[in-house]
Design a binder for this molecule. Structure first.
Ligand SMILES: NC(=O)c1ccc[n+]([C@@H]2O[C@H](COP(=O)([O-])OP(=O)(O)OC[C@H]3O[C@@H](n4cnc5c(N)ncnc54)[C@H](O)[C@@H]3O)[C@@H](O)[C@H]2O)c1
Length: 342
């Protein structure tokens, strides 16, 4: 067999060697420009409008040349998808944003605390992924609407929404039995966890309807499945999120949009570190689980699955990812207790 390539193939191969690296370099430079402009304009939808020509050039260059996420040429499970991750500066949101980028998604990190989102976005870009951080308060409907518009301006679509925004200290330190609950705490918890979910589902959902495709992944909690004393406002909010997962999934299915929820139990995210470091508290929580307490990185793979096309027949489902928390009656020897010798 003749190993010499025919002349036209050699020419095409040679040009590819020159053009693909050039294209990638051009892409990266355009992306950096786009990212700087985005941050300069992130507080107004007018900024997104101003980005339109740059974003168009970037998309053309990207489509024409290479995907910078996939240095090794392997296809990612989320290759080509655009994902918004709320609360992406910490915990489950951070781990999910990183996992999404590693699987080839272009990620918009929607975070209340700007420097948190920017730090995670910079880490993703340093690793060769594509990410932009936007400062967003999910309790502000107009800001969430602008977030969706900016994402479309940047990357063309919103294929996945992962909603993980949370104020864990507000819950841990201030939630209570209803009879002792401060009215203001009730309203703040419902506003963030339930109304915030309404805002992100509404605006991302509207975009997904126009695309006739999309996947929404809501981070709920096992507290919506098994009662726990003293967390009534949080449980009410997350119970709403969990029930909403089913009704919204039913409503969105005709438009080819899926909606699912993940229910973690205890997760060792940043705000949980204080009690995890306390031996007594740690032991109490540990006794509620069959397996080790989850890290945020243990939750992210389920969010990847639900965002990817491999879960295309999964909707309206609620998944406990909980180290066995909902599967058993705590670490008690129930059977021995029942077999008391008389
Ligand atoms: N950590 C747990 O033990 C645990 C258990 C079950 C469920 N959950 C759920 O998982 C999700 C993530 O929890 P986590 O522990 O990873 O939280 P986290 O505190 O580590 O991260 C939440 C992020 O959301 C951001 N945020 C707060 N308010 C916001 C707002 N209004 N708009 C946008 N961003 C905002 C915070 O700045 C923070 O970076 C939450 O929905 C939480 O209820 C957590």
């Amino acid at each position: 067999m003749n190993s010499t390539l025919p002349a036209p193939i050699s020419v095409i191969f040679g040009m590819s060697c020159l053009v693909l690296p050039l294209g990638r370099s051009l892409y990266v430079r355009k992306y950096e420009l786009k990212y700087r402009m985005l941050n300069d304009h992130s507080e107004t939808s007018g900024g997104a409008q101003a980005l339109a020509p740059v974003a168009t050039v970037v998309r053309i260059v990207e489509q024409a040349f290479v995907n910078p996420n996939l240095e090794d040429g392997m296809a990612g499970r989320l290759d080509g998808k655009v994902a918004i991750v709320t609360g992406a500066g910490s915990g489950i949101g951070r781990a999910t944003a990183v996992a999404y980028a590693a699987e080839g998604a272009r990620v918009v990190l929607a975070e209340l605390v700007a420097e948190r989102g920017e730090t995670v976005a910079a880490d993703i870009r340093s690793a060769g992924g594509t990410a932009s951080a936007l400062t967003v308060d999910v309790t502000d409907s107009a800001r969430v609407e602008t977030l969706v518009a900016q994402t479309v301006e940047l990357y063309g679509t919103v294929d996945v929404l992962v909603h993980s925004a949370a104020n864990v200290p507000l819950v841990n330190d201030h939630d209570a039995r209803l009879t002792e609950l401060d009215d203001d705490i009730w309203h703040r918890i419902i506003n963030l966890f339930l109304t915030g979910t309404y805002h992100v589902c509404k605006h991302a959902g509207r975009q997904m309807i126009t695309q006739r495709s999309g996947s929404i992944v809501l981070v709920s909690t096992t507290d919506a499945l098994v009662g726990v004393a003293g967390l009534d406002a949080y449980t009410a909010a997350k119970g709403g999120v969990t029930a909403l997962t089913r009704s919204f999934a039913a409503g969105m299915a005709p438009d080819n949009v899926r909606v699912n929820a993940i229910c973690p139990s205890f997760v060792s995210s940043e705000p949980q570190q204080a009690w995890l470091a306390d031996a007594t508290s740690h032991d109490t929580i540990d006794r509620l689980h069959l397996l080790p307490i989850a890290t945020p990185e243990d939750i992210a793979p389920m969010a990847v699955y639900l965002g990817a096309d491999e879960s295309r027949v999964v909707t309206g489902s609620v998944f406990p990812i909980d180290s066995g928390y909902t599967a058993f009656k705590a670490k008690l020897d129930v059977i021995s207790a029942m077999r008391v010798q008389s």
